[in-house]
Design a binder for this molecule. Sequence first.
Ligand code: NAG
Ligand code: NAG
Length: 170
Amino acid sequence: MHFSHVLLGLVASASAIDVYFHGSSDCSGGAAVCTGINPNVCCTGNSVSVAYRGVPTNWHINAQGYSGGGCGSPKWLADINGQTWYCMTPNSRYNYTGSRYWFVSRRRAEDTCDSNCTESVKPDTLVLADGATKYDIVGLDDAKVEELLTIASSGVGPEGMPEELLARRK
Ligand SMILES: *[C@@H]1O[C@H](CO)[C@@H](O)[C@H](O)[C@H]1NC(C)=O
Ligand SMILES: *[C@@H]1O[C@H](CO)[C@@H](O)[C@H](O)[C@H]1NC(C)=O
């Protein structure tokens, strides 16, 4: 019983990190977000910059940004230790297409991601530049999400978004 409480605590805290795919080059403005992503799971997207938000300050993680489709070619390695957020800026002409993180101090096979990390998730939420307007984008295809991110990245408010999104407002 004691043990399961510990496990529950780990699961709860491991759900804190959000990965933001931003259309801007400095992690500002609208974004497609993987909410509460777990370690070693690849969040896939297509954007100019990627931000990690909501990182507990007592965590030491490495976060990798990839290009080339999903978590394909490593593009940016971040060492996040005590910061609640981090921005991966464009360091080449290629967009970020995926990102994942792992704990630096853990060496167990299931906690590292050397060769066999195949799980991936897509962004579940689109957030506008105001930071408050959010839409459920689960089930939309990649091209649609990309199109919506481009519109959101222009800085519009909810009135500037396609009407079809109204029913998906969170
Ligand atoms: C790169 O990402 C931006 C959105 O951040 C998108 O508008 C653009 O089409 C993407 N470029 C490519 C080559 O996919
Ligand atoms: C990789 O993961 C799959 C699915 O969990 C498993 O079947 C396979 O044996 C693993 N391969 C290695 C090299 O660990």
